[in-house]
Design a protein around this ligand. Structure first.
Ligand SMILES: *Cc1c(COP(=O)(O)O)cnc(C)c1O
Length: 409
């Protein structure tokens, strides 16, 4: 993926005292303060994305604890960044890949291929060959046409069949575009047996930022039926269930704490055969909270009684998630004092849809003042463009080496 090579990274080391404090609190970790963010913006300029690896560790372990026995494959799509890959690799995570660019990124960071799966349901022959050349051998299909692509690779590849479960409540109803019915799954598995292609198990994705665990429970229950049906038909037993991504994070509205959210999912998983290997493909949950973005005010104008502040980052940049992802990021000015007025935050491009907020209460700002946005890690940079030649925000990486720093004193 070209993204990671287009971004400049700077590794910042926090003072040893701060590192030790984080370590001893064992993931009870505070986000970078506004003051720290302002210092970084003064040093590196705006727009800037501050990527805190400690937040990635915290989220990874929170989900790991909430889903005991489930192998977590981080889906690179929401934030395909080398520092994220390195941090998760060091914590023992596995990875969920969808493109050859993502394979290049994990391969260049030394991720062992046994710790990866390839979950794009629709692939070119070259995508399959790139994955196999790297050593990734687990693939996803949801139709017969796709299954037949594996006739040539039946000695190397193993297949997960993706089922669809519609979810109108999710940010992204991924089951509209991918996945098959229960009946089609059986048809694919039966045909695979005739072709000599190994079926490893089933997968699904209930949709991103799913508010209720019921979607997972229903999907797991249906998969349990398919698993039983496969045995009854005398087909080779399925060994794996991949419960996908979709785990929610608190943007502006609160969501269930992750251990509460996962409790019914664990109950549903417990009814599966004991030998069943369970995977998940979390993306947003791992990275949403790890990035704080900073933009600065380029100029301002009074229009119809409101002040419009024009930022150096917008809808075509780090705030692309406002268009593609409907995420409501907590956005505020670095300046906290002074009376607040209903204001507009606009992006820098000459396009009229490039508005970050139509209505936000802000103190009177000067040009150059900073706007700080939290929870900007998932589907932000990843979907940013250089439209109008406004460069994407650069990335500053914090706390990447926390463990080795502590070890070397
Ligand atoms: C996008 C995606 C994910 C990650 O989903 P989140 O909602 O970000 O957790 C996982 N698996 C697949 C197949 C995806 O397309």
């Amino acid at each position: 993926m070209a993204l990671s090579t287009q971004l400049k990274d700077y590794t910042i080391k926090l003072p040893a005292a701060a590192v030790a404090a984080n370590q001893s609190e064992c993931f009870a970790y505070a986000q970078p303060t506004n003051q720290e963010i302002e210092q970084l913006a003064a040093q590196f300029g705006a727009p800037l994305m501050v990527l805190d690896c400690e937040a990635i560790r915290r989220q990874y372990h929170a989900l790991k604890n909430a889903l005991p026995g489930v192998a977590l494959h981080f889906a690179l799509k929401p934030l395909p960044h080398a520092a994220v890959v390195r941090t998760l690799l060091a914590e023992g995570a596995s990875f969920d890949l969808a493109t050859s660019g993502e394979i290049d990124l994990v391969a260049s960071e030394g991720v062992p291929s046994e710790r990866t799966i390839h979950s794009h349901p629709i692939k070119r022959d070259s995508d399959i060959r790139d994955a196999l050349a790297y050593g990734c051998t687990v693939f996803v299909v949801d139709n017969i046409n796709e299954l037949e692509k594996f006739i040539a690779y039946k000695d190397q590849a193993e297949i997960l069949v993706r089922l669809s479960f519609r979810n109108k409540d999710a940010f992204a109803d991924l089951s509209k575009k991918f996945g098959c019915s229960q009946e089609m799954a059986i048809e694919i598995i039966t045909y695979a047996q005739q072709l000599g292609i190994r079926i490893k198990g089933l997968s699904f994705h209930v949709g991103s930022q799913t508010a209720s665990p019921t979607k997972y429970v229903d999907a797991i229950n249906t998969c349990a039926k398919v698993i039983a049906q496969v045995s009854e038909l005398g087909l080779p037993a399925l060994s794996t269930l991949d419960i996908g991504g979709g785990f929610p994070v608190p943007y502006s509205a609160d969501v269930l704490p992750i251990d509460v959210f996962c409790a019914p999912i664990n109950v549903a998983l417990a009814q599966l055969p004991e030998t069943m290997q369970i995977l998940a493909e979390p993306g947003r949950f791992i990275v949403a909270s790890c990035v704080t973005s900073v933009a600065s005010v380029m100029g301002q104008a009074e229009r119809e009684g409101k002040t419009w502040y024009y930022l150096d980052d917008g809808i075509y940049g780090s705030f692309s998630g406002l268009m593609f992802d409907e995420a409501a990021y907590p956005i505020d000015s670095a300046k906290q004092d002074g009376m607040r007025f209903d204001s507009v935050l606009a992006g820098p491009t000459c396009d009229s849809i490039d508005v970050v907020s139509e209505s936000i209460m802000l103190p009177k700002l000067n040009n150059g003042d900073l706007i700080i946005s939290r929870m900007m890690g998932a589907y932000t940079l990843a979907t940013a463009t250089d439209f109008n030649f406004f460069k994407r925000a650069e990335v500053v990486v914090l706390n990447e080496q926390v463990h080795s720093q502590v070890l070397t004193g």
